[in-house]
Unconditional design. Structure first.
Length: 130
């Protein structure tokens, strides 16, 4: 059962928001049917967010990365209900490819609307500067 899909889960436990499109669940994620995924790393599908730290190509990109991270973190922490669902299993880096929905709002769409993410469905990423 290494690649259970699709699934919907309520996110109830603590999370570490690494950046605008990557979240680590700090405990098990109960996906129903008596199954859970222990400390999964989640990758939001459909978006790409700016890189932070040494991966940022410019100072502006690094600053935008922190804004994207904080925006996602605030969405998750302030929501009454956070749902995680996956239809795609895992990506090339082993992260679960998911949608995160906070009180009915898709986090990927919210980040795009805020100008903190770009649509991305795999392949070559945009070379446009942030």
């Amino acid at each position: 059962m290494s690649d259970i899909r699709p699934f919907v889960a309520k996110l109830k436990s603590s999370v570490y928001v690494y950046d605008g499109d990557t979240v680590s669940v700090l405990s098990a994620l109960d996906i129903g049917w008596g199954c859970s995924i222990n400390k999964p790393k989640l990758r939001l599908v459909g978006i790409d967010t700016p890189e932070k730290g040494w991966r940022a190509k410019t100072e502006r990109e690094g600053a935008m990365a922190l804004l994207a991270r904080d925006h996602l973190k605030n969405m998750i922490e302030s929501a009454q209900e956070v749902l995680v669902y996956s239809e795609d299993g895992r990506g090339k880096y082993g992260r679960w490819l998911v949608h995160i929905v906070c009180d009915g709002i898709d986090a990927s769409d919210a980040l795009i609307d805020a100008g903190l993410a770009r649509p991305y469905w795999g392949g070559t990423k945009s070379t446009e500067p942030w």
